[in-house]
Design a protein around this ligand. Structure first.
Ligand SMILES: C[S@@+](CC[C@H](N)C(=O)[O-])C[C@H]1O[C@@H](n2cnc3c(N)ncnc32)[C@H](O)[C@@H]1O
Length: 263
């Protein structure tokens, strides 16, 4: 496992620097929540791994949340369970502890994907639900024209669906997740029809790929003045364009004794 940062973060992103306002920008999108709920099937007990501030955590099931970053744990609503401080690669639970498990917007950050997915499989009796980006599609997003380094970083860190399936060693169903035009959850692609949102430092900070952008132009997700002006100029060109049609970019992979419905 990678060394822990000052707030306990273990992934490739340092949430002690970029995580403090995460929950403001990363609210659950109801239409994505419905897909996740369907994917979890009849599960009563659910492990939420890389749970962050609790987005998409079902309130009508018995959830155990795992989150290594204290900055993220601190943003969890009071009515959600206190998250266990642990990492995917070494889960402190006996075999077959949960009916289902889920990792949402998280696997691309793990230092050892295969070890983490093996652990998920080990502690889960039924379905394992992963929500992630398909690296084969990421750079088709128009943002690639304006911030290619950000999209390249994201494509490098996102595992292919094939790799996720191989690590789970089970039949896997993957479904495309449509992203609504006014998607509430502020990941990069959610702003495909609202390019001006990328000019908000906080919005970029809530998408960790921006924190890897060349250190001369981005410190802790805040753009230096010159880089900011350049991005504004580029995005003005983007905003002048008619909005691109809805895209489907994120995918859910399900695994376990039953397969998920195709979307
Ligand atoms: C983009 S956030 C997603 C949070 C939440 N699942 C959501 O949908 O909003 C990624 C989360 O994964 C966590 N994470 C990164 N590496 C991890 C690991 N190895 N084990 C468990 N969690 C990890 C981070 O601390 C962070 O909270």
């Amino acid at each position: 496992m990678e060394q822990r940062r000052s707030d306990g973060s273990v992934g490739d992103a340092d949430y002690s620097t970029i995580g403090h306002n995460y929950a403001i920008y990363r609210q659950p999108e109801p239409r994505i929540a419905r897909l996740i709920n369907d994917a979890l099937g009849e599960a009563r007990t659910v492990l939420n791994l890389g749970a962050g501030a609790g987005s998409y955590e079902p309130r009508d099931r018995e959830v155990t949340a795992v989150e290594p970053s204290a900055s993220m744990r601190a943003q969890r609503p009071r009515d959600l369970p206190v998250a266990v401080d642990a990492a995917a690669e070494d889960l402190p639970f006996p075999d077959n502890s949960f009916d289902a498990s889920m990792a949402l917007f998280s696997v691309h950050q793990w230092s050892d994907l295969e070890a983490g997915l093996r652990e998920m499989r080990r502690v889960t009796r039924g379905r394992v639900v992963i929500l992630s980006a398909d690296p084969a599609l990421l750079q088709q997003f128009w943002l690639n024209e304006y911030a290619p380094k950000v999209l390249a970083a994201e494509a490098r860190r996102c595992p292919s669906l094939k790799r996720i399936g191989a690590a789970l060693a089970d039949p896997v169903t993957s479904i495309a997740v449509p992203i609504p035009l006014h998607c509430k959850d502020g990941f990069n692609e959610a702003y495909y029809g609202r390019p001006e949102r990328f000019l908000d430092d906080g919005a970029r900070l809530a998408c960790s790929a921006w924190s890897f952008w060349a250190s001369h132009s981005c410190v802790g997700g805040r753009l230096h003045h010159a880089a900011h002006l350049l991005l504004i100029a580029r995005l003005r060109r983007a905003t002048a364009r008619p909005s691109t049609p809805p895209i489907t970019r994120r995918a859910v992979a399900g695994s376990g004794t039953t397969t998920m419905p195709a979307g």
